[in-house]
Every structure is written in C-alpha cells, then in structure tokens.
Design a protein. Structure first.
Length: 250
C-alpha cells in the first residue's frame, strides 16, 4: 500500500467513525489538560451521570458500545493492535470492583503481571497493596486497578507513543464504565497520558487535576518508591488527600 492509499483509507475510516458517533449521539470533545482544574473532588450523584470523555474517532465500535467491563474485555479480545502482542503471555485488562469509587492507574504490566494476567502483583504491586490495605484501610478488591497499556513491553521498557495510542481507548472506556469518584495516576506515564501533558510527575504530584469531570491525583509510581524509599512520605501525603476527598477515616 502506498502513502496515498493509506491516507485515503484513514480518511474513510475517520469519516465512518464520525458518522457512527453522530448517529449514536456522541460528541467529540477536546482532551483535558493538566492545568484545566486544580481542586479537590466533590462527591458525585452517581456513576451513570458522570461526565464521559470524548472518544477517539478510531476507537473500535464494539469498544464504544460496551455496556460493562465484561463486554469491554470481550470487545478487546485477543488484541493484535500494536507491536507488543507477540511477546505477551497474558493481556492484563484490570482487576477490582467494577463500581469502585477509587481507581488506580499505572503504566504497564511487568513480568509478574504478564504471567498472571493481573496488574500490580509484583514487588511494586505488593507496595501498592500495602498502601491500599494498611494505609487506606481498604481491601484491594474495593478499588479498581488498571494500566495505561495492557501488554508488557519487552524488558519492561517504557511504553512507546504508538503503543499508548493503540491501547488508551480501552482505558478511557474502562474509566467511563466504572465512573469512579477519584483516580490516582501512578507515575509519569499514567499522569501524562491521562492529563495530556508533558509536565514532569515531580511537578504534577500532590495537586488535584481533572479527568473529564473525575478528580485525579497524580503521585509517584510504587516502583519508583522501591528505588527511592525516602519519597514514601510524599506519596502518603497524596493518598491522604484522596482519603479526605472520599470521606475515608484516617
């Protein structure tokens, strides 16, 4: 396929997607910026009334149409949309309460996650579990945990832009279906991807941002804390803000 044919097919696909969105009453809006809102969250009346993000025109129709998380997982299927799929053992979809008030979003699966098909089960995951259970006094199954991308990058390298672009629509739909009262973005890639910013996590952390009407707290990734244990107090400060916002006892 030459460049002209590829461009023509892209235009046709975009036009078809736009028409599909219009027929289904969906509006295409701009992505949020990290500096749009910096405020503590307010309690929302209910998940079904949550503000939904605009959808990428290239998002598969089955993903847009998914009415719950099992349907979304089925729509993703045995995904081959990016170059990561040949090296994975398991697609790591997400785990937890489908109606959770709080969602943690990380970067990508690691070796342990790839083997088990569940996010945050390695050393960093154990630390996250301690934050949830010992710090927040919640059960891991009370929250929802997912990643920006759902397949392990080789040697745990950073996700690449094309991989994020291919996988992000799945997370967007997950968050819309869960409609949490707050999101905690764990680390650089989670925060920068969700907030559409290149601002370093060192400047983002600890400050409330807005993700399509959902308050979002950026903080350091647990893997970072394993290398820099002195910064655990900073993450605890961020988590305490989340606890206050959700009305959790401290």
């Amino acid at each position: 396929m030459n460049d002209r044919q590829a461009l023509l097919e892209m235009v046709i696909a975009l036009r078809a997607r736009l028409e599909w969105c219009r027929e289904n009453g969906m509006e295409i809006d701009a992505a949020p910026r990290a500096d749009d809102v910096a405020r503590p969250p307010e309690r929302r009346a209910g998940g079904s009334d949550a503000a939904a993000p605009g959808f990428d025109l290239l998002t598969p129709a089955a993903v847009l149409a998914a009415a719950d998380l099992p349907q979304l997982r089925a729509a993703i299927g045995d995904c081959t949309r990016c170059k990561l799929h040949p090296g994975r053992t398991n697609l790591v979809f997400g785990v937890g309460n489908p109606s959770a008030e709080l969602v943690f979003v990380g970067e990508a699966p690691g070796r342990d996650e790839d083997l088990r098909g569940e996010p945050f089960v390695g050393r960093a995951g154990q630390l996250l579990t301690e934050i949830i259970t010992k710090g927040m006094k919640l059960r891991r199954e009370d929250v929802y945990i997912a990643n920006i991308i759902k397949c392990r990058p080789p040697q745990n390298r950073n996700p690449e832009p094309d991989e994020i672009a291919s996988c992000e629509p799945f997370l967007v739909r997950q968050l819309a279906l869960i409609a949490p009262k707050a999101i905690v973005a764990l680390g650089t890639f989670a925060a920068q991807t969700l907030l559409k910013t290149r601002t370093p996590i060192t400047r983002l952390r600890g400050i409330w941002a807005d993700y399509h009407g959902i308050p979002l707290m950026p903080t350091f990734h647990p893997a970072y804390l394993l290398r820099n244990p002195g910064d655990k107090r900073l993450v605890w400060e961020d988590i305490q803000q989340v606890m206050r916002a959700l009305g959790l006892p401290r």
